[in-house]
Write a protein that binds this ligand. Structure first.
Ligand SMILES: [Zn+2]
Length: 614
């Protein structure tokens, strides 16, 4: 795992954990109520009617007894808000009022610090643009937005702004704020003019759309020309923190809605996205004025398995739709298309119809990729002869074949038959022969298939596993840790994930103060999803059924007896071997070994006693 800031991360995590309560963070996303010493709610990770999702304030962990998801606040944000670890870190630091740059800028590498300066410049520029829009100077721009139907709430929510029709205002403002000119130019908002050798503002006379990353930071800007000459849309220049192909407009604001709708509407323009959000349809994202990329598809996949492509109804829109569909296919994302009539875009559709009717339109008009392609073929009038029809069929069969449901597959084949005016039986036979022809190369294709549902989880038996309970006690009780290490060895834990946690703790103990071992252990596993999840599960279960001192002693005794018995058995086998073909030296060796065995036992018991005294 990549750790950008090494030790500094630990310190930051500790700061965050001391100021953030997991109950608050989860409580904002899941309705929780207190029962006993835990909070309970309906699990956001599986569907259920009675709460089996629990949050422990004391331990700062969550665990679902139904689907076994569990972990700490970072794990939760990663799973629930689909944040990367660093994004979660950023988000929580913001919440805790911690200036994350303090932890990054002290690093010897200046890169983090420079990135931070760009973020700060973007933030300051966004404020500058927004305040201008809301001031007298922004009157024309505000009127333009109003006339396009953008209401004040949406302006606030997306923090829209106005770049004045001037060459130097932003630059002067940023300089006044103390930013160095090198950083300002690096942000891409100000650039050196080739003609006059002066620095000039990049965005002029434009409505400004700040673009957020998933941590809520502003990484770049889109600008729409209000009047005059120049490209209609412009993005701020790419730099180290802003690359258009990796981001989507609206994703930050829409991520909650996308998750709950479990599908996302992909549109082309900033205005489309704004309009739908304004009408209460939040599961919408827009590309940043460029062709849809695989990186963007990957980003979407973190939130949603289904994408509805809703591009403009004109020819360019259709072409882009085809391209987007291909990208989605490559990423294994299920896609549907909502075709729009020529001259209509999502923006004017939702304004014309309102929310309910718009949603009905989406429901009634969404078509599968097969149908969309077929519609396009039929439209282009290429259905004349049988040969061409077969050609169309074969080009669409891969789409049909990707459908998992048998019924849906049938339905699509029937639609094909109907649209191409062919008997259903013929189309099905053609489909089968296509499949046969393909099976010879099938293995290669299958290899590339994306298995989306890879959340395979080894089902643990519900019975409270002894080793797990012992581990929880061991980590809470340093003396017990020493006793286990000396008498049984850390590898006494047979379950791989439990052993992994035990070894992590062991490693932490060998490098510092025993008193802090538990804290350092938690910091250590924070960034590891798997360990965090296992740890949460184990802790929550142990709490239900804590191990008694008596049970622990019993376990030690039992294990010692078992080991002794094994040793004697082995010794007996050796004796038998010696009896058969032994020499004097092997007899001697065995006698020495016997002595060691008895002495070793006495010695271990001795150390146990002394361990108890301290
Ligand atoms: Zn669950």
């Amino acid at each position: 795992m990549k750790r950008m800031n090494g030790l500094r991360d630990d310190e930051l995590i500790r700061q965050i954990e001391s100021r953030i309560d997991i109950v608050d963070i989860i409580g904002e996303r899941v309705e929780l109520s207190r029962r006993g010493n835990r909070f309970w709610g309906l699990c956001p990770f599986h569907s259920e009617k009675t709460p089996s999702f629990s949050v422990s304030q004391e331990r700062q962990l969550f665990y679902c007894f139904g689907c076994h998801e569990g972990g700490n606040v970072f794990t939760f944000l990663k799973k629930h808000d689909k944040l990367e670890f660093r994004e979660a870190l950023q988000y929580l630091a913001n919440r805790a009022g911690i200036d994350i740059s303090r932890y990054q800028s002290v690093r010897p590498s200046a890169k983090g610090a420079r990135d931070n300066t760009i973020f700060e410049i973007n933030q300051e520029a966004a404020r500058f643009y927004h305040e201008l829009l809301m001031s007298d100077f922004g009157k024309t721009a505000r009127e333009y937005l109003l006339q396009r139907g953008v209401d004040p709430e949406t302006i606030e929510k997306f923090y829209l702004g106005y770049a004045p029709d001037d060459w130097r205002q932003l630059e002067e403002h940023l300089l006044k704020k103390g930013f160095p000119i090198e950083a300002i130019t690096e942000s891409g908002l100000v650039r050196r003019s080739q003609r006059s050798d002066l620095y000039i503002d990049f965005m002029r006379n434009r409505i400004i759309f700040p673009i957020h990353d998933l941590g809520g930071r502003i990484i770049g800007f889109g600008g729409r020309l209000i009047s005059g000459e120049g490209p209609k849309y412009l993005n701020s220049a790419e730099n180290r923190i802003f690359s258009k192909r990796f981001h989507l407009f609206g994703l930050y604001h829409g991520r909650e809605a996308i998750r709950s709708a479990s599908e996302v509407i992909l549109v082309e323009g900033y205005m489309d996205c704004l309009a739908l959000h304004q009408y209460g349809i939040g599961n919408v994202v827009a590309t940043l004025g460029t062709a849809f990329t695989r990186e963007q598809a990957k980003l979407i996949k973190r939130y949603s398995e289904t994408v509805l492509v809703m591009y403009d109804g004109d020819e360019a829109g259709q072409r882009e739709t085809m391209r987007a569909l291909e990208v989605l296919r490559q990423e294994g994302i299920y896609a549907q298309v909502i075709p729009l009539p020529p001259g209509i875009d999502p923006d004017n559709l939702v304004r014309e119809k309102g929310k309910e009717e718009f949603l009905n339109f989406v429901q009634n008009n969404r078509v599968t990729v097969t149908e969309f392609k077929l519609q396009n073929y039929v439209k282009s009038g290429l259905t004349a002869n049988l040969e061409r029809k077969v050609e169309i069929l074969w080009s669409l069969f891969p789409e049909v074949d990707r459908v998992k449901s048998v019924l849906e597959k049938e339905r699509q084949l029937n639609i094909l038959a109907h649209r191409l005016n062919l008997p259903e039986g013929d189309v099905r036979r053609e489909f089968n022969s296509w499949k046969r022809s393909r099976s010879s190369v099938g293995s290669i294709r299958n290899r590339n298939r994306v298995f989306r549902n890879n959340r395979k989880r080894e089902e643990k038996p519900e019975s409270r596993h002894f080793e797990e309970r012992l581990l929880v006690r061991m980590i809470a009780d340093y003396d017990l840790y020493k006793r286990i290490k000396e008498e049984l060895g850390i590898d006494t834990f047979s379950d791989p994930s439990v052993r992994n946690l035990a070894l992590t703790f062991d490693c932490v103990c060998s490098t510092g103060e025993p008193r802090e071992a538990q804290d350092r252990f938690k910091e250590k596993i924070v960034i590891d999803d798997e360990l965090s999840a296992t740890w949460a599960r184990i802790c929550m279960l142990e709490e239900e059924n804590p191990l008694s001192a008596y049970e622990i002693d019993d376990y030690f005794k039992h294990l010692m007896v078992t080991r002794e018995r094994a040793q004697w058995q082995e010794f007996g086998a050796q004796l038998a071997e010696i009896e058969l073909n032994g020499d004097f030296f092997s007899v001697l060796r065995s006698i020495v070994r016997l002595g060691n065995m008895t002495f070793g036992r006495a010695g271990k018991e001795g150390s146990h006693e002394s361990g108890k005294e301290t």
